[in-house]
Write a protein of this length. Sequence first.
Length: 385
Amino acid sequence: MNFDQQLDRTGTKCEKYDNRELIFGREDVIPMWVADMDFAAPEVVIEAFRKRLEHGVLGYTMLDSSCRQAICNWISQQHDWNVSPDWISLTPGVVPGVNLAIQAFSEPGDEVIVQPPVYYPFFAAVKNNNRKLIYNQLKIKHGRLEIDFEELERQAQKARLLLLCSPHNPGGSVWTMQELERIAEICIKNDLIILSDEIHADIVFNPARHIPTASISSETASRTITFMSASKTFNIAGLSTAYAITSDPDMQKRFKGELAKTQVGYCNLFGILGLEAAYRDGHPWLEKVMDYLKTNIDFAIDYINQNIPEIKVLRPQATYLLWLDCRQLGLSQSDLVSLFVDKAGVGLSNGEIFGPGGEGFMRMNLACPKSTLEKALQQIKLAFD
C-alpha cells in the first residue's frame, strides 16, 4: 500500500493517460481528469485474480449467494442499511444501469430532473432515451453546492423521474438527512421515482456521513432504485461491474425486464471476483487510501489558497475531486481550459461539460501520488504567475 509509488499507466489502454492527445491535443499534460485513482488495487483483489487465473477456466459465471451476501454485509457495515440479497441486480456499470432505469420507469417525452453541475453522462442518458431534460440547478451556499428546493418543488409537478447524484460529483456535497427527507417528501407528493447514483458512497470524509436515499423510510424505498459499485472505492472501474438495489417488487420486475431485453445483466467474472474480495477483505486498504486522499485534499486546498487565491475551492465532503471556482479570472471557458492545458500543462475536466453552473469551473482529480499533485500545482502557479 505505497500510494507514493509512481505507476506508469501509459501504454496500458488507460483512458486517463493514453487518451491525452485526443482530449487535450498533447500527450505531455499531467492527467487529472478521468475519475479513477493512480493507485494499485488492493492486494486482496489481485490475489483473488491470481487464484482464478491459476485455475485456468474463464467460462460463463454468475452472481452467486456468496457475492450477494458480501454486498449486503458491506452496505450494512458501511452505511447502516440492511439490504436483502434478492433486491440486488447486476449491471455493467452505474451509467448503463441508469439508462436501463430511465427506460423501465418512464416513457418517451417524460420529464427527468437532473441537478447540474453534475456528472455529465446523466444528460446523455436522458436525451438519448428521448426524455425531456429538466435542470434543477444547484447553488453554491456555505461553501458547498446545495439544492434549490423551491425550484425542485415546482419542477416535480410535471416530472416523472429525479436523477440524484449522492454524494455529488463534481461538487463533493454529501446530502444530509434533512436534505434527503425533503427530496423524498417532494418525490412522494408528486409521484416521482428516484434514481440514486451512490457510486461515491464509500469515499466520504469525517464528519460527513453518507445516508443511502432508500434507507430513510419505507415509503422512500418503495420509489427508489439505488446504484452502487466497488469501482470507485477500490479503483477497479475497468472491470465494468456495478449493481442496482430496489426493495419494491414491481420496480424489481420492471428493471429486471429491461435487463432481460438487452441481455446485459450477466456477470464479468473478474468484476464479481474483485467486488467480493474487496468487500470482504478490503477495508484496511480503504482506510489507508482515505487518509492519503484527505492529506492530498488538505495540501491542494492550502496550496491554492496561499499561492493562487484567484481560484476558490469547494472543500469536498466526499469524492477525491476538487471543484475549482475560477470565475474571478474573468476568462472565457476556452481561455480557461487553455490556461490549464497549454500554459500549465495540466489536464483537468472542463467544468462546462457538467452542465449549467459549470461555466468558469474546472474539476481536478487528486487520487494520485502526492509528488504528482505537487508538480501539477507548481505548474499551475507558474502559469498564473
